[in-house]
Design a protein around this ligand. Sequence first.
Ligand code: PEP
Length: 250
Amino acid sequence: MARRKIIAGNWKMNKTPSEARELCALLAPLVKDADTDVVYCVPAIDIVPVVEAVKGSNVEVGAENMYIEEKGAYTGEIAPDMIVDAGAKWVIIGHSERREYFKEDDAFLNKKVLKAFEHGLTPILCCGESLEQRESGVTLDWIRLQIKSDLQGVTKEQASGMVIAYEPIWAIGTGKTATADQAEEVCRAIRECIAEIYDTDTAEKIRIQYGGSMNGGNCKELLAKPNIDGGLIGGASLKAEFAEIVNYNK
Ligand code: PEP
C-alpha cells in the first residue's frame, strides 16, 4: 500500500503573527502543486493568522504543543479546544525540546496523545535517541520504549491515521543529518513495533517521518527509503527551501 508522504514544518519559537503571514505568502505559490500532504506547525499565537493565510489551499495547520486539561487555572497553557476552534488539525507531541527543556515524560505525553485524539486532533508524535544512546547501542530499545509508552490506550484506528516522527536528538538543529540508512533502520523498527502493538495493517497505514536537519539537499535520499513517509522540518521550514522538500519528487 502506498502511503502519501507528509511534509510538516515545525516553526518552533519563530515568527511573529506578521512574519507568519509573510512566510505563508512566500511559500503559497511554491507548495501549491505538492504531491505530498503539507502541514505548518506553528506557535500558538500564529495559529489563527496562519489558518487564515492558508485558507482554500492544500496546506493544513498544526500546533506545536497542547495541554492535557480542558480548561481552567493553567496559566500560559493552550487547551485542545482552543487549537481546534482556531482551525488547526494537527499537534506535535513529545518533541525532544519539550522532553528536555520542559521535562515532559512518556506518561505525560501519553495523556497528551489520548487528549489530542479525544478532540479530533491528529498527533505527530516525536521520538528519538541522544548521541550517547546511539553510541551505546540502545537506540532501538529506547525508541520502542517511547512508542509503547506513548501509545498506551490508543486504538488501532487512531494509530492508523497518526504520524510518528523519528528525530534523533543529535541531528536536530545541528546540521548533522542521520544517513538515509540510519533513518530507515529506525523507521522500519518503529513500523515493526506498531505491528507488534496492533497488527500489520495498522503498521502499513501509519506514517513515519524522519526529522533532523532535513533540507533541500538531503531530502530526496531520505524520502526514497521505503519506511520514511515524510519529514518534520525545523530550520528549513522557515524559508523557501521548505518548498524544495515538499517538491522533492519533481
Ligand atoms: C525539528 O525541530 O523537529 C527539526 C527536525 O529541526 P531541524 O530540521 O532544524 O533539525
